[in-house]
Design a protein around this ligand. Structure first.
Ligand code: C5P
Length: 397
């Protein structure tokens, strides 16, 4: 779980997006966070405290004079117990109040009394968002170190279309996870490849492989959480980009090669996770091959460039990491591959242990030897790989 033992105060203010905060409680809880909900009076007109109590498993705090706090200092006690405060949705009125240091209800007082980070997810009508007063308040909050999440643009509850929608609960949860992760790659630029490649035989057929792209996407996400600026060069896969990651879509190994070489000179780290086809079709047909003309068509193959080896050979190039998916002799093959490509680190895995699935068993091989990681989800392994890379880079700085 990615928010184990994090104590989050979720402040809910008055806006129709308050109903989405219920899902946010669930998502944060699922990642192991201990969530305490506090609501403004306005929020209770949209969703009842009972909903949040049921989802968080804890009574909700509503007013400053709550008798449950023996010292009558709910604002101090609750904000001191928090590792971070998240306000979602944050109404225009609430932003205005906290931008001005007001303490006129429990939640605003908690914000003022906090000694932990504050994240706000604004939600309001687009005119209210664009109003110079709101923009001024948001700029002030940013200047005060408050993290502003969104808002998104799109259709609004009032029927208008524009900026001011609250980010979806999944996006807010992802930002909270990213915020809480140790910033071991802060300021680094990371480039990586992921997924399979597709080598065309004709306009509708091709040669590809079973790489799901999951490991690469998990690494892109973990690297972004660690504070890196991430560019993901992705072969054809069916899922969305991790939040906050730049993605370049490619299909063939040649396209992947071109995209990577265009970015490699400015990257600090390059990770080749993609299962790049070793060969492409030399005589790809311009039109669809027909079955009934001229017998079995011959498919001629030519070698693709080795992207990783080429990046590793760049002068002053990035710190390079490879992947070796093998079906046997993992250590021998992976270490040989690492030396041949002249890279400091390679992550090896046995195909039968995780190709395409959610979990994987990988072993890291570097000059010091082998570092087996225990069987885990790809997101956990991705985080461990990023930590290992950060350690190795620390040794080089
Ligand atoms: O040589 P092999 O394909 O086994 O090496 C695997 C590693 O090399 C992976 O990191 C893969 O992304 C990278 N690779 C590459 N370009 C190729 C072949 C593999 O970048 N043409």
């Amino acid at each position: 779980m990615e928010l184990n033992d994090k104590r989050v105060v979720l402040g809910v203010t008055g806006g129709i997006a308050a109903y989405k905060a219920a899902e946010l409680v669930r998502l944060l809880g699922k990642q192991g966070a201990d969530v305490q909900v506090a609501m403004t009076e306005g929020a209770t007109h949209f969703v009842t405290a009972t909903t949040f109590q049921a989802l968080s498993g804890k009574p909700v705090y509503l007013d400053q004079w709550d008798a449950r706090m023996p010292n009558a200092m709910a604002h101090i006690d609750l904000s001191r117990q928090a590792d971070l405060i998240v306000i979602a949705p944050a109404s225009a009125d609430f932003l205005a109040r906290i931008a001005n240091g007001m303490a006129d209800d429990l939640l605003a007082t908690m914000v003022l009394a906090r000694n932990c980070p504050l994240l706000v997810a604004p939600a309001m009508n687009r005119q209210m968002w664009e109003n110079p007063a709101t923009q001024r308040n948001v700029a002030q909050l940013r200047a005060d170190g408050v993290i502003v999440l969104g808002p998104a643009s799109g259709e609004q509850a009032c029927g208008e279309v524009g900026a001011g929608r609250m980010l979806e609960p999944e996006q807010i949860a992802e930002e909270v996870i990213a915020f809480c992760a140790p910033k071991v790659l802060a300021g680094r630029k990371l480039l990586l490849t992921a997924g399979p490649t597709f080598e065309a035989i004709d306009p509708v057929r091709g040669i590809t492989n079973l790489s799901s792209g999951r490991m690469g996407y998990a690494i892109a996400r973990a690297a972004r959480h660690a504070g890196a600026g991430v560019t993901l060069v992705s072969g054809p896969v069916g899922f969305a980009s991790p939040q906050g990651v730049d993605r370049i879509n490619v299909r063939s190994a040649l396209e992947m090669h071109a995209a990577v070489m265009g970015q490699a000179a400015t990257a600090d780290i390059f990770i080749g996770v993609a299962a790049v086809a070793d060969y492409r079709v030399a005589n790809a047909a311009e039109h669809k091959l027909k079955k009934d003309t001229g017998g079995i068509p011959p498919i001629e193959l030519v070698e693709n460039p080795d992207i990783l080896a080429e990046v590793a050979a760049l002068k002053n190039g990035p710190f390079c990491v490879g992947f070796a998916a093998e079906s046997r002799n993992l250590e021998e093959y992976a270490q040989t591959k690492r030396r041949k490509k002249n890279i400091p680190l390679i992550a090896g895995n046995l195909i039968q242990d995780g190709f395409g699935g959610d979990d994987n068993r990988i072993v890291l091989f570097d000059e010091a030897g082998s570092h087996p990681l225990t069987l885990a989800s790809k997101s956990v392994l991705a985080r461990q790989l990023i930590e290992h890379i950060a350690q190795m880079l620390k040794g080089k700085d």
